[in-house]
Design a protein around this ligand. Structure first.
Ligand SMILES: NC(=O)N[C@@H](CC(=O)O)C(=O)O
Ligand SMILES: [Zn+2]
Ligand SMILES: [Zn+2]
Length: 346
């Protein structure tokens, strides 16, 4: 197959940042994607409906002329989130989901939840009105090894929370382990998982072998090869509970290439080319649309996009920039370490 036309994809987990960075990156996503769930981990975070409304306006203003892109907004759950403000934001279709960061788990998560009891009024309201909780699924306890933090989160936080509130709809975001895949498959309702592009491609060796490679560092950190394989199997399975959330997370190069580099990988420019490569390798190109364009909207109760994109396989590798220049500084683009031949005619 040398050409593939699919419904226009959506990105169910995206960081657009703000200001000059927002202006520098939003076009890369809008080129291929119709919608994206926009992460609220700005500094300060997007906590109230008013914050989300103002941020949405800034995103719309930063879009390149002629772009047809809809940001789906989220609120950052804190221990003092006002359930009424949140419910109104959902009922007026301003927000699509609420995001849970365990405090300290990842980039800009200091305002996240420490004591779940304090977040219960908001979580109970969400379960009542059908508002989706998106979770960064890692524990933060110092004594838990970083490679075990997702599995321990499932056992000690996520499963107890889901038992306490069975009606709460939860998206376990950027799943990186077989444990995560198995846990999602074991649930009969109200649980789904997003998978990033880069976790389908890299394992922990890519970060550490032959020298430390900061542009492959993200959270949750990439795990062993057996976990990567479990993620690929889930992505190509067609199982309705797995869909694309790229977690494209730009940081300027100086913030990554330093003594304490930030977590986050910027994949927006070449995500669809990378995914076509992965799915083709697995003999599963016919399921790329399910993963990138159908399962996500179904989970969020939205219609799939009517528009399409066409991917064409070129004989020569396609060109894409190694880094982009933004007003905030240069941002390195994800290098899958294999040539990309699938070109997107958007
Ligand atoms: N994925 C990352 O490594 N970083 C994200 C935060 C997140 O999604 O955890 C970021 O905001 O940079
Ligand atoms: Zn995260
Ligand atoms: Zn993220």
């Amino acid at each position: 197959m040398n050409s593939l036309t699919i419904r226009r994809p959506d990105d169910w987990h995206l960081h657009l940042r703000d200001g000059a960075m927002l202006e520098g990156v939003v076009g890369d996503t809008a080129r291929h994607f119709a919608r994206a769930i926009i992460m609220p981990n700005l500094v300060p975070p997007v906590v109230t409906a008013a914050d989300a409304e103002a941020y949405r306006s800034r995103i719309m203003a930063a879009l390149p002329a002629g772009a047809r892109f809809t940001p789906l907004m989220t609120l950052y759950l804190t221990e003092t989130t006002d359930p009424q403000d949140m419910a109104r934001a959902y009922e007026s279709e301003l927000i699509t989901a609420v995001k849970l960061y365990p405090a300290g788990a990842t980039t800009n998560s200091a305002s996240g939840v420490r004591n779940f009891d304090n977040a219960m009024p908001a979580l109970e309201k969400m379960a009542e009105i059908g508002l989706n909780l998106c979770v960064h699924g890692e524990v933060t306890a110092k004594d838990v090894d970083i490679f075990d933090r997702e599995a321990v989160f499932i056992e000690t936080v996520l499963d107890p929370l889901r038992r306490r509130l069975p009606e709460l709809k939860v998206t376990m975001e950027h799943v990186t382990t077989r444990d995560g895949v198995d846990y999602i498959k074991s649930a009969d309702k109200n649980l789904a998982g997003s998978l990033t592009t880069h976790h389908l491609i890299i394992n922990r060796n890519d970060i550490l072998v032959g020298g430390i490679r900061p542009h492959y560092y993200c959270l949750p950190v990439a795990k062993r090869e057996e976990h990567r394989k479990a993620l690929v199997a889930a992505a190509i399975s067609g199982d309705l509970r797995f869909f694309l959330g790229t977690d494209s997370a730009p940081h300027v190069d100086p913030a990554k290439e330093c003594g304490c580099g930030c977590a986050g990988i910027y994949t927006a420019p070449n995500t669809m080319s990378c995914l076509a490569h992965v799915f083709e390798n697995e003999g599963a190109l016919d399921r790329l649309e399910t993963f990138a364009s159908l399962n996500g909207p179904a989970w969020y109760g939205l219609q799939p996009n009517e528009e399409t994109i066409t991917l064409v396989k070129r004989d020569e590798p396609i060109a894409y920039p190694a880094r982009i220049e933004t007003g905030a500084g240069p941002v390195t683009v994800f290098d899958p370490k294999f040539p990309l031949h699938w070109d997107v005619l958007a």
